[in-house]
Design a protein around this ligand. Structure first.
Ligand SMILES: NC(=O)c1ccc[n+]([C@@H]2O[C@H](COP(=O)([O-])OP(=O)(O)OC[C@H]3O[C@@H](n4cnc5c(N)ncnc54)[C@H](O)[C@@H]3O)[C@@H](O)[C@H]2O)c1
Ligand SMILES: [Zn+2]
Length: 334
C-alpha cells in the first residue's frame, strides 16, 4: 500500500507493508551515510536489521521518554553528525515512536539547513499520526514542542510487524488518534471502532484511513493556517493535561481522548466516544486543577490572546472550528 503526500515544494511517500524494515532499499536510496536515531526502548533487533542494509550506517541511541525531545540531545546528535562529516545528501532515519520522530525531524531539518530524512515509525501513534505532517520539535523544560520547524520526510516506511513488541497501553494510546481522525473526517473509520470485535484485525485499514484523513488536511493546509486546526480536536484541553502532568502520567493519545470527552457538546456522540475509549482501555478522565488548565491554554502557542479556536463535532465525520473565549471553558468544559 502506498500513499503520497503532495506538498507545495515536496512529496512524502508513505509505504505500509509488513516486514518493510527488512528491505528498506526498495523505498529509500541508502547509498550514502545513514544515521539511525532510535531510543533504548525500541527493540535492538530493528536497528540491527536496518544497519545490516547500510554500507555506511551509524547509530544514535537516546534514552526512552519525552525528556529525549530536548536541546541537549539535539546538540549531541549534531555533534555526532559533524564528527562523522555528514553532508546534506546524507540520511537520517528515525526509528521509533513520536519522540524519536520529532527529535530526528528537527535534527534533519536544521542540520546544515536540511538534510535527507526518512522515518520508520514503530508505535501506533507515530504510524497513525506523528510521522506525517512535517511537524518536528523539541521541548523546553515542560513546555512541549516550543522549538520546532516543519520538515517533511522523503519516505515513511510503516512496518506493522514492529507493533508486535509494543506494550499494550502504548498500542491503544496511538489508536485514539485514529478515533479522532474518524470523528473529524471519516465516519466509517469511527464506526469501524464501534463495530469491531477485535480492533487488531482491522489495523491496516485503521492506519490507512487515518493517514488519508491527515494527508487530505495537510495537503490543503501545510503550515496550519486554518483547516489543519481540525486535527487538534481534543488537543486544547488534552495538551494542557499532558503538560501539567509533567508529560509522564498520561500518554499523548490518552490525553487527546480525555480532551475530546471534555470538549464535545453533542451528548450522543460523546456517549459513542465513551464506549470506544473503554474498548481501547483508554482513560476517560483525569484529576486536574481547572485554573492551571486555563492558565496553560492562555500561554499555549495556539492561543490568540484570551481566545482559542476549538474543534467541535456535531455530526460524526464533520468538524467545525469555533473561536471561543478561553475563560468560557471554566465551569462549562472543565
Ligand atoms: N509531530 C507530530 O505531528 C506529533 C503528533 C502527535 C504526537 N507527537 C509527539 O509524539 C510523542 C509521543 O509519541 P509515542 O506515543 O510514539 O511515544 P514514544 O516515542 O515515547 O514511544 C513510546 C515508547 O515505546 C517504545 N517503543 C517504540 N517502539 C516500540 C516497539 N515497536 N516495541 C516496543 N517498544 C517500543 C519507546 O522506547 C518508548 O518508550 C510526543 O512527544 C508527542 O508530542 C508528535
Ligand atoms: Zn495528537
Amino acid at each position: 500500500m502506498e500513499l503520497a503526500i503532495n506538498l507545495a515544494e515536496h512529496t512524502s511517500r508513505i509505504y505500509i507493508e509488513r516486514e518493510a524494515r527488512l528491505h528498506l532499499a526498495d523505498y529509500l536510496n541508502l547509498n550514502c551515510k545513514v544515521m539511525i536515531i532510535t531510543d533504548k526502548g525500541v527493540p535492538e533487533q530493528y536497528h540491527r536489521e536496518i544497519l545490516e542494509q547500510c554500507e555506511n550506517g551509524y547509530l544514535y541511541v537516546a534514552e526512552q521518554g519525552e525528556g529525549t525531545k530536548s536541546l541537549a540531545v539535539y546538540e549531541r546528535i549534531v555533534e555526532r553528525l559533524l564528527k562523522l562529516d555528514f553532508s546534506r545528501k546524507d540520511l537520517i532515519i528515525a526509528l521509533g515512536g513520536g519522540v524519536i520522530g520529532d527529535l530526528s525531524g528537527f535534527a534533519a531539518g536544521t542540520f546544515k539547513r536540511g538534510m535527507r530524512f526518512a522515518s520508520v515509525p514503530t508505535t501506533t501513534l507515530s504510524q497513525i499520526d506523528s510521522s506525517i505532517g512535517g511537524k518536528a520539535a523539541v521541548n523546553m523544560g515542560e513546555v512541549k514542542n516550543v522549538i520546532g520547524t516543519f520538515y517533511h520526510p522523503e519516505a515513511v516506511i510503516i512496518d506493522l510487524d514492529t507493533l508486535k513488541t509494543l506494550p499494550k497501553r502504548h498500542y491503544h494510546n496511538g489508536l485514539v488518534e485514529a478515533v479522532k481522525a474518524g470523528l473529524i473526517a471519516d465516519k466509517e473509520l469511527f464506526e469501524l471502532f464501534e463495530k469491531a470485535e477485535n480492533v487488531d484485525e482491522h489495523l491496516e485499514e485503521i492506519i490507512t484511513r487515518a493517514l488519508k484523513v491527515k494527508k487530505a488536511v495537510v495537503e490543503e493546509d501545510e503550515k496550519e493556517q486554518h483547516l489543519r486546526k481540525i486535527l487538534n480536536f481534543g488537543h486544547t484541553i488534552g495538551h494542557a493535561i499532558e503538560s501539567l502532568y509533567h508529560l509522564k502520567n498520561y500518554y499523548h493519545g490518552e490525553c487527546v481522548g480525555i480532551g475530546m470527552m471534555k470538549i464535545l457538546d453533542n451528548k450522543e456522540i460523546k456517549e459513542r466516544l465513551r464506549k470506544v475509549l473503554l474498548k481501547l482501555e483508554a482513560p476517560l478522565e483525569a484529576a486536574y486543577d481547572a485554573d492551571e488548565v486555563v492558565m496553560f491554554i492562555k500561554k499555549d502557542k495556539k492561543a490568540n490572546g484570551n481566545y482559542v479556536t476549538i474543534v467541535q463535532v456535531e455530526e460524526v465525520g464533520k468538524a467545525e472550528l469555533i473561536p471561543i473565549e478561553i475563560e468560557s471553558l471554566r465551569g462549562n468544559k472543565l
